[in-house]
Write a protein that binds this ligand. Structure first.
Ligand code: NAP
Length: 330
């Protein structure tokens, strides 16, 4: 693995896999370093109804398996390690993952984002003991129980709706009185008789660490200041995501939230030869379809970079794909 790769890809979500498909088809023999959650965030979601090409919903994990297999079919290599550190100060770029060293003439960072937590001490202590950030992973354990979902976005609505398969009651606690979620997701959740909403409120504590399980949550009404304790069996935190950029050690420019910055209309970062795609660079759209699109762009940008550097390969393959994609269809 010490050979210098034309294309190193970090991350195995929709962006990373799509970059691998394109780079492999361009015969760049990419190496993809999969990260701690092979398949990325879509592996912890249930039905994906808005990824084009699937008339019926497809399960997130299955969609990701298909993308992985598609990339492997064209010769992409994958290792299931997590990038811990990089050196982008000289070329080839170096990535250290689980103690191993990898080198690439280009690097595509597609490490995505991870679920955020509220930041309560007891929330961390009770993670896996009644506190979760993934309904599809843990919902099963709450059969006939009552749970809280924190948040007002699409993730919260999706998690709440999913949890009604198992739970007797799902209480959505949102800090405002309007939801951020898309209309269709709001309507679906609001029409579900098992879902109840508590507005203008935040979870300020989760009990009971002494029993190693969730027994109650303390809520505060942000308008009145009133605090209440609600008996509950589980708390699902669905308040958004944090880009996975810490391992870069500040070597690439980021916004204050840690999202990578790329030249608008491309995946180029401030360092020539380093490209960024998917949720790690996208605080706005954050969709499987947009991540896949950016993965495609990154592979094409990397191909153009390598071709301009005279690094051989099959520039025509990716360029042809780009031209093909750009051509109007009749
Ligand atoms: P989001 O849209 O950023 O929503 C986060 C929610 O959590 C907001 O309602 C926010 O409240 C709340 N929140 C944030 N920090 C909080 C805190 N510390 N305490 C309490 N509440 C807090 O994130 P998301 O729901 O994960 O969605 C991310 C993106 O993925 C969106 O573009 C979404 O459309 C997409 N997505 C799509 C689907 C789908 O279509 N199937 C499913 C999931 C996600 P405020 O509203 O007050 O800011």
């Amino acid at each position: 693995m010490s050979a210098v790769r034309d294309v190193l890809i970090l991350g195995s979500g929709a962006a990373g896999y799509t970059a691998a498909i394109y780079a492999a088809r361009a015969e760049r023999k990419p190496l993809l370093i999969g990260g701690p959650q092979p398949g990325g965030q879509l592996t912890i979601t249930s039905d994906v109804e808005n990824y084009p090409g699937f008339r019926e919903a497809i399960l997130g994990p299955e969609l990701m398996e298909r993308m992985r297999d598609q990339a492997m079919r064209f010769g992409a290599e994958m290792v299931w390690q997590s990038a811990e550190r990089v050196d982008l100060s000289r070329r080839p770029f170096t990535v250290w993952a689980d103690g191993k060293e990898y080198k690439g003439r280009t690097l595509i960072v597609a490490t995505g984002a991870s679920a955020k937590l509220i930041g309560l001490a007891n929330e961390t202590k009770l993670l896996g003991q009644g506190v979760s950030a993934c309904a599809t992973c843990d919902g099963f354990f709450f059969r006939n129980q009552k749970v809280i979902v924190v948040g007002g976005g699409d993730t919260a609505m999706e998690e709440a709706t999913y949890l009604t398969r198992y739970c007797s009651e799902v209480v959505v606690v949102h800090r405002r009185d309007t939801l951020r979620a898309s209309k269709i997701m709001q309507e679906r959740a609001q029409a579900n008789p098992k879902i109840r909403f508590i507005w203008d409120s935040e979870v300020i504590d989760i009990l009971d660490v002494a029993q190693s399980k969730v027994t109650a949550a303390r809520l505060r009404n942000l308008k009145t200041g009133a605090e209440t304790e609600m008996p509950i069996d589980g708390v699902f935190v669905a308040i958004g995501h944090q880009p996975n950029t810490e391992f870069l050690g500040g070597q690439l420019p980021m916004d204050p939230r840690g999202y990578l910055l790329a030249t608008p209309g491309s995946t180029r970062t401030a360092i020539p030869g380093v490209f960024a795609a998917g949720d790690v660079v996208d605080a706005v759209y954050r969709q499987a379809a947009t991540a896949a699109g950016m993965g495609c762009m990154a592979a094409i940008d990397a191909e153009h970079f390598l071709a301009a550097e005279g690094a051989g390969g099959h520039a025509d393959a990716a360029t042809a794909d780009a031209a093909h994609a750009a051509a109007p269809r009749t």
